[in-house]
Design a protein around this ligand. Structure first.
Ligand SMILES: [Zn+2]
Ligand SMILES: [Zn+2]
Length: 199
């Protein structure tokens, strides 16, 4: 869990329409999303504008981080940059008509001591733009299912063997190969021959 980033809602934001910029750097070193753990070697940078919107404080802006994770295909290091929009609403008071709009209850509350904590909004923004599938590169070839070789680095030959075997099986199961000795044409339903739709 990230350390709180506490901002005082003082005179600077006393009246509706008041705005105040809060930019900074957080030395946060990791976060997780599902089964994925990510490192943040450069921490998190944020640049947020706080606006007194009458019933609460609106926090909008950007969060940026360089993220290091693990490639889902080859298990090597995978790095990417995240730039995500922060968008959080901190209400001064709990709204009364809760329940009906429970689905839209997307807000935090300003604490009794007139502070807000930005950390949750920053992490939420970071997570939002973190890819669900992490790849070291878009066309990562992954690991060989037979020997575990990293196919980005070497070609162990198993892929070609598997492909050849698959081709052999396809040929053997083809109605054409079964009928190869007979002088017949057409009638197959699992081949690539340009025949019309068959039942
Ligand atoms: Zn990879
Ligand atoms: Zn292999």
């Amino acid at each position: 869990m990230m350390d709180p980033i506490v901002i005082c809602i003082d005179d600077r934001l006393a009246n509706p329409g008041d705005t105040w910029s809060a930019a900074g750097h957080v030395d946060e070193h990791s976060y997780s999303l599902g089964d994925h753990d990510f490192e943040l070697p450069g921490g998190i940078d944020y640049d947020v504008v706080l606006t007194n919107a009458g019933e609460g404080i609106l926090a909008t802006g950007l969060v940026r981080a360089h993220v290091v994770g693990t490639c889902d295909r080859c298990l090597e290091r995978a790095e990417f940059d995240v730039a995500s929009e922060v968008d959080e609403y901190y209400l001064f008071e709990e709204p009364e008509n809760l329940g009906e709009d429970e689905d839209e209850a997307d807000y935090e509350l300003v604490s009794a001591d007139r502070t807000i904590d930005l950390s949750g909004a920053l992490v939420a923004a970071l997570v939002m733009e973190t890819p669900f599938v992490v790849l070291c590169r878009e066309d990562c070839r992954g690991l060989c299912p037979v020997c575990g070789a990293n196919l980005n680095v070497e070609d162990c030959g198993h892929a070609a063997e598997l492909e050849a075997e698959r081709e052999r099986e396809r040929m053997e199961s083809s109605p054409f190969s079964a009928l190869a000795g007979l002088d017949l044409t057409g009638g197959g339903d699992e081949d690539d021959a340009p025949t019309g739709p068959t039942e």
